[in-house]
Write a protein that binds this ligand. Structure first.
Ligand SMILES: NC(=O)C1=CN([C@@H]2O[C@H](COP(=O)(O)OP(=O)(O)OC[C@H]3O[C@@H](n4cnc5c(N)ncnc54)[C@H](OP(=O)(O)O)[C@@H]3O)[C@@H](O)[C@H]2O)C=CC1
Ligand SMILES: Nc1nc(=O)c2c([nH]1)NC[C@@H]1CN(c3ccc(C(=O)N[C@@H](CCC(=O)O)C(=O)O)cc3)C=[N+]21
Length: 297
């Protein structure tokens, strides 16, 4: 029976250690600023953006939010981005995905100043990461690394199987875990919808990371005895409850926890870490732009 990883507690620790860096910045007369941009009115996105703003308040980051009408033209959205690129009080910002169908998210990312790209999605930042010279690690992959570190799960020499090869989770995480670095040095297998014999690849792994977007895709039969299981998935499944939905991961928690040595829950696993690492990147962005050295956790 697995030990359950407490993502909220590790995220709290990250936030706590960031407050020292934020104080150092304050002593130098600088306050880190993060802006969130939300186009349209996707309810899940609204929840996340609100949480991100609350996180900012908690640690002393100046949070601002920009709502863009769901019917606005690409040019109108780009104007908003240009304003943020030139606003000296905004050290970092993100455009919450998904964006409406008439907007090309790739084009949006191109227009974000790479120095303010706290999601780490801009091609310049992706290239730097792949080259082993990262500036902003994407928040979810970085959060997974921090969770593993907090629970003393060494990745060096270990077999890691990632299910999912997305631009925002699977691919950058694979790149980070194969880096020649203390929090890398793993042997990584990346699975996707065309993978054959997927269960064999997860079953033989020391660490299984699920980022599939399919509720309960990975079950206990696909997990090796004692493995570490990281569930990145966040799926809203409709229920009869007052909220109307329940959050379900990409791992079938009940069967997986019987096999795993360590496992993340949903909610309370990777999600809070994603938000904590966004604050981390914002503090890093402010430190670079304000030319103030800070200690980052
Ligand atoms: N906790 C957090 O902070 C975050 C959570 N998420 C959650 O993580 C999950 C993944 O998100 P994201 O990476 O953006 O998802 P995407 O939909 O972009 O990618 C899903 C990946 O899973 C693969 N896949 C889908 N179905 C199967 C299948 N049947 N067998 C094998 N592989 C499959 C896809 O393969 P192919 O490439 O072949 O299509 C793709 O590579 C979602 O639940 C999302 O909500 C996302 C971001 C942050
Ligand atoms: N530009 C951009 N950057 C993102 O980082 C980004 C995005 N777009 N679009 C959507 C995904 C998803 N994502 C989550 C962040 C926090 C939680 C989170 O905090 N989850 C909590 C609970 C959330 C709840 O109660 O609804 C938990 O798992 O415990 C989840 C998911 C960031 N994303």
């Amino acid at each position: 029976m697995a030990e359950i990883i407490d993502g909220n507690a590790v995220a709290d620790d990250v936030r706590q250690s960031l407050t020292d860096a934020i104080e150092t910045l304050a002593d130098a007369g600088a306050r880190p600023g993060l802006a969130t941009v939300l186009m349209g009115d996707d309810p899940a996105s609204e929840t996340y953006v609100n949480m991100k703003q609350r996180d900012c308040e908690e640690v002393g980051i100046e949070g601002t939010h920009v709502d863009v009408d769901g019917d606005a033209s690409p040019a109108q959205l780009y104007d908003t981005l240009e304003d943020l690129n030139t606003d000296p009080d905004v050290h970092g910002y993100l455009v919450q995905s998904p964006v409406p169908d008439h907007i090309d998210y790739r084009e949006v990312i191109h227009r974000i100043d790479p120095a303010k790209d706290v999601d780490g999605f801009h091609p310049e930042n992706v290239g730097r990461l792949v080259a082993g010279n990262d500036r902003f690690r994407p928040c979810t992959p970085h959060g997974v690394q921090k969770l593993l570190e907090a629970y003393d799960v060494d990745t060096e020499g270990k077999d890691v199987t990632i299910v999912g090869r997305s631009r925002i989770v699977g691919k950058p995480l694979a790149n980070l875990l194969i880096q020649k670095a203390d929090d890398g040095n793993a042997t990584v297998t990346v699975c996707h919808s065309r993978t054959e014999n997927l269960a064999e690849k997860t079953r033989s792994a020391d660490i299984v990371i699920a980022a599939v977007g399919v509720p309960e895709f990975v079950d206990g039969s696909m997990i090796g005895e004692g493995a570490t299981v990281i569930d990145v998935g966040i799926n809203r499944v409709e229920t009869d409850t007052e909220k109307g939905y329940e959050l379900v991961g990409d791992v079938e928690f009940e069967s997986a926890k019987e096999k795993a040595g360590l496992i993340t829950p949903v909610p309370g696993g990777v999600g809070p870490m994603t938000r904590a690492m966004l604050l981390y990147n914002t503090v890093k962005a402010a430190s670079i732009q304000e030319d103030v050295d800070v200690d980052l956790p």
